[in-house]
Design a binder for this molecule. Structure first.
Ligand code: SF4
Ligand code: SF4
Length: 264
């Protein structure tokens, strides 16, 4: 991760671009829908490109680029390389940009062409499809803002720190931490496969608050003990294949490296 100095954004109004690649666009939508903060944001930064909010993007040098979505076509790959060249700081926002998302759940298992042919046959695409991957498979990412969608408080905390020349901090605890603060009964006690211990917190334990297991949409938690947790879930009667399929759904491409090395 790149260290930024306090002078890197020492401009009155940093030039900002907000981009979306393959994904549901929920993170851009969340930014637009934050009615309390959006006016402050537009007053504090110079939004140069935000396709969801303006039909007149200005593609030029940027202080910060926020990028949502995974890269899944050759056209997107070329575009993210150009954005990286133009931006001093690049922030991946949302699960698909950070971890690859559901579309990357089987990335790296050498079945891409077989899956493409099964679904699309001999269709000729306008742009060459790539196996979907998170942004950092193609360019260096300075900061990560996970979530599905991202959380408004976390997003604006990160933006505020960047604007003021401070280094953003990632949430240090797993979902279980927030779940305990919310005084939920742990679903593991009822042998329900919850991925809270393996998942980065920040969502306020949204799913366990409603009796639903965490499926890992905030992405892998660096300190998770993957092997031990997989063994625990196997003891509930699930096969390892079933568990991995569940957790890959949101951990996507990135979860593989955690599983391969057993966590840390
Ligand atoms: S319910 Fe899930 S998130 Fe909550 S403490 Fe148990 S394992 Fe962790
Ligand atoms: S509890 Fe897990 S699946 Fe639910 S929103 Fe939070 S990180 Fe995502």
């Amino acid at each position: 991760m790149t260290e930024i100095s306090n002078t890197k954004l020492a401009v009155a109004k940093p030039k900002v671009g907000i981009y979306g690649f393959t994904g549901c666009a929920g993170d851009q939508l969340l930014i637009i829908h934050t009615e309390d903060e959006i006016l402050n944001l537009f007053n504090s930064v110079d939004i140069r490109s935000f396709v969801m909010a303006s039909s007149n993007p200005i593609e030029e040098e940027l202080d910060v680029a926020f990028v949502e979505g995974s890269i899944s076509t050759e056209e997107e790959r070329e575009h993210i390389l150009k954005i990286r060249k133009r931006a001093k700081i690049l922030v991946a926002i949302g699960n698909c940009a950070v971890s690859g998302g559901p579309q990357a759940m089987f990335t790296g298992d050498n079945t891409f062409e077989k899956r493409m042919n099964k679904v699309y046959g001999n269709v000729n695409f306008l742009t060459a499809p790539l196996e979907a991957k998170p942004i950092d498979a193609f360019v260096e990412v300075d900061y990560y803002l996970p979530g599905c969608p991202i959380s408004a408080p976390q997003a604006f905390a990160l933006i505020s720190r960047l604007i003021h020349g401070a280094i953003p901090e990632s949430y240090p605890h797993p979902v279980c931490h927030e779940c305990k603060l919310n005084e939920n009964r742990c679903l593991l006690l009822d042998k329900i496969a919850c991925f809270g211990p393996l998942t980065m917190g920040g969502c306020g334990s949204a799913c366990p608050n409603h009796g639903l297991p965490c499926v890992g949409c905030w992405g892998p938690n660096d300190d998770g003990n993957f092997e031990h947790h997989l063994e625990l879930l196997e003891s509930f009667g699930k096969t390892r294949e079933e568990i991995l399929r569940l957790i890959r759904g949101y951990g996507g491409h990135k979860i593989l490296k955690y599983i391969e090395k057993g966590g840390k």
